[in-house]
Ligand binder design. Sequence first.
Ligand code: CS2
Ligand code: MG
Length: 422
Amino acid sequence: MIAVRKQEEAVESTMKITKAEVFVGGPGKNYVTLKIMTDEGIYGLGDATLNNRETLPAAYLVDYLIPCLIGKDPCNSEDLWQYFYRGAYFRRGPIAMAAFGAIDMALWDIKAKMAGMPLYQLFGGKSRDGAMVYAHATGADIDDLIDSVANYVDKGYKAVRVQCGIPGMPSSSYGVSETRGTVDNYITDFSGSVPNEEIWDSEKYMRYMPEAMDKLRDTFGFELKLLHDVHHRLLPREAAQFAREMEQYRLFWLEDPTPAENQDALRLLRQHSTIPIAIGEVFNSVWDCNKLIEDELIDFIRVAVTYAGGITPVKRLVDLAGMHNVRTGFHGAPSHSPISMAAQGHLNAWAPNFGIQEYLVLGTPECDALFPSSHTMTDGLFHVSDEPGLGVDFDENEAKRYSYVQGFHPVARLEDGTLWNY
Ligand code: CS2
Ligand code: MG
């Protein structure tokens, strides 16, 4: 006989959002942290950091979004997302989407804490134990880069992004410091009140990078996964030529070969090369990349749960990508706080079409003190924590040590002064 369990009373939420606060600052970074409080004492955390424009999503949250949240049921994250997105009229853009993204993350955090489950359980559970990550190796020249890669190989990383100084280029290329040695924060310059200017030369870059890659493969062999980021700097024809030359080095991916906003630019590249393409760290919505995905012009989608509007839209995007053989490779530059990295960690644990995760945030004692968590990294794999919710906390006392410090990305120009893509 089949035992029939008595139907228990349905769980109906009567929880209300009572307060939400935004903190800006962190150790060497301007993390934008949102904390949403409820009348039942459960709180949720979100990350709205938009690198080098941090005060703007913070103001969007404080001036427009938080007042609309008070008194709302935090369980209705879908309706709240639609309310902010459709209700804004002037939609999308990284500032608004980073602000919505932080709210969405915090609401998922609250719901998973209510359920007493790690967030990945609400998505459908785990598809893998550890998610492969890649680190950034950078060298002012090739010997410096080889040292930097060796350092990550020694730590057990299975995948490394490689960026190298270009001989004869008047200033450093993207992702590289002009001085030798490991550099932690080359992305933001806190030293001036206007951006630094760098000189870029596509020809020198295209001539030298295959040579650098050849030396890397000679030194490390083909087992190590190598990635490279062009940072949108080549024209479509140049990108096609470059991709063809780089093919022999079997990159895990070639990132942002062309300016991201041109969804057709990659057609030419695809006709000339089978190199795997990753793109999307500057996209804010599915409408920035639906054609790229549906036409299978890319292999990895690189959105971030921050400026792509949170877990709700990114999870949908992951499913769309999965239908077209596109895997995930979420953005994880050092400007992301451990909160959004945790949100991505839970998506990575679940996503059937997971590819790789860029990961640079864990590891400094100051950062761990500000954002305590039990997520772990071993041998280049990220293991998501089994704590209820996102599995990361925020220490408000620690936060008092930090405040906003103005910083800039550099601006790139060609040798004749023409402005180029950073
Ligand atoms: C980069 C970023 O991580 C990456 O792949 O392209 O480092 C990018 O330059 C920064 O996120 C800009 O803030
Ligand atoms: Mg990039």
